[in-house]
Design a protein around this ligand. Structure first.
Ligand code: UD1
Ligand code: UDP
Length: 394
């Protein structure tokens, strides 16, 4: 089974790592990894390939940053000839970024089956670009791998056939477990001057609705400043937010990766961290404030209190089973809720069903069953589009 996996942005790299490792263990599968180039800074891209031992991608399409339309179109334009030439048996996409949708769309138009890992999540907020990407990717996918029961319910409600949907657990948690011994040895605490018993908070922000408007971003920073009068607040800054912070003069005194948290308190801006250092930092945080999808799941996996600075979440299991609370974006509320969390006893750890580190294995089992089933189908009934058939075995 020739599988082309397509990734493009930071969270995609984390999700593909356990799958890539699992694929290498099976001789019936021939994997190819395509990086669209949506994220390209070392700290947003190569660092993750190193930390997560993914190996170099086979192809980098180099699309870079652009508007939604141009970025999506460029992935489609550059991926199509590659898929026409190689005619894989499956294109596998993960998550909900522009590269996810673009790759799914390219494949389905060539009548190549699409597998979507992390299907079915819905925030029901169509102002989020990710919600559009999720809806459209799921609409064209043939295999929908779901992390939580809400995803299965959402897909059934949208009319997706039951036998296409597979509740397999969460590859983000696979990555967490796969690299546990490595992130536990991270030196980030020494680098930041954080004593082992020091309480601290971690923040990430990158949703356009939170960081694009300077006034909104300034209110977040004011709330974080207030919290930082109680404990160090460590903020590794996503490039989208960095540009806005710099423009608004909101990160005055920030010194990127050299910043040091050696005081009792203070808001510390950092460059984006690599996966191992970031997970190490999350694992011992007293509270995490975030608008990231992945971080909501990882804090649940780690049993660390998480406050989600959004009006909704597409990952409700992190609230019902995990450590997440969705508290909105009102700055008064943010500081108040964070301070309240500091007073509460640590939350007991309860992982959602199947968040056990074996999601990638389950996905490969489903692919294998499908592949063995396909091998039994007589060649005459395999649909090959006329104009593309010539390239099928190229
Ligand atoms: C993208 C995804 C979002 C995901 C996030 C993960 C879409 C629509 N958005 O958002 O769902 O949660 O990645 O981090 O796909 N930039 C750099 N260096 C880079 C990459 C980006 O400087 O390596 C800057 C550029 O100025 C760029 C901006 O960040 O314009 C935004 O990048 P983009 O990939 O368009 O969206 P993200 O906000 O990163
Ligand atoms: N992450 C990281 N370093 C950071 C911030 C995040 O390694 O400085 C990791 C985080 O642990 C998770 C992934 O990046 O695995 C989440 O990516 P992001 O928040 O950018 O995207 P989202 O999950 O919101 O789509």
């Amino acid at each position: 089974m020739r599988v082309v996996s397509v990734v493009g942005a930071r969270p995609n790299f984390v999700k593909i790592a356990p799958l890539a490792r699992e694929m290498k263990r099976h001789r019936w599968i021939v994997p190819t990894l395509v990086h669209t180039g949506q994220h390209y800074d070392d700290a947003m891209s190569e660092q993750f390939f190193r930390d997560l031992e993914i190996g170099l991608p086979d192809v980098n399409l180099g699309v870079g940053s652009a508007s939604h339309a141009v970025q999506t179109a460029e992935v489609i334009r550059r991926l199509e000839p590659l898929l026409v030439g190689s005619r894989p048996d499956l294109v596998l996409v993960v998550g909900d970024v522009n590269s996810t949708l673009a790759a799914a769309l390219t494949a389905v138009k060539l009548q190549i089956p699409v597998a979507h890992v992390e299907a079915g999540l819905r925030s029901f907020d169509r102002r989020m670009p990710e919600e559009i990407n999720r809806l459209l990717t799921d609409a064209v996918a043939d295999l929908l791998f779901v992390t939580e029961e809400s995803g299965r319910q959402n897909l059934l409600r949208e009319g997706v056939a039951r036998d296409k949907i597979h509740l397999v657990g969460n590859v983000m948690i696979d990555a967490l477990e796969m690299f546990r011994s490595r992130w536990m040895r991270s030196k980030i605490f020494d680098v930041l001057g954080l004593a082992p018993d020091r309480a601290y908070a971690v923040v990430t922000l990158h949703r356009p609705s939170n960081v694009d408007d300077p006034a909104t971003l300034a209110r977040f920073i004011a709330a974080l400043d207030e919290l930082s009068s109680r404990l160090p607040v460590i903020f590794p800054v996503h490039p989208r937010a960095r540009a806005r912070l710099d423009r608004g003069g909101l990160a005055a005194g920030a010194s990127g990766s050299a910043a040091h948290a050696n005081g009792d308190r203070g808001l510390v801006f950092l460059d984006p961290l690599g996966y191992l250092d970031f997970i190490a930092l999350l694992s011992r945080a007293r509270v995490v404030l975030t608008d990231s999808g992945g971080v909501q799941e990882e804090t649940t996996g780690l049993g660390v209190p998480c406050l989600t600075l959004r009006e909704n979440t597409e990952r409700p299991v992190t609230v019902t089973h995990g450590t997440n609370r969705v508290i909105g974006t009102d700055p008064d509320c943010i500081a108040k809720e964070a301070l309240r969390t500091l007073e509460e006893p640590p939350v007991p750890r309860r992982r959602p069903p199947q968040w056990d580190g074996h999601a990638a294995g389950r996905i490969l089992s489903v692919l294998r069953r499908r592949w063995e089933g396909a091998a039994e189908v007589p060649a005459a009934v395999v649909r090959v589009p006329m104009e593309l058939g010539a390239g099928r075995d190229a």
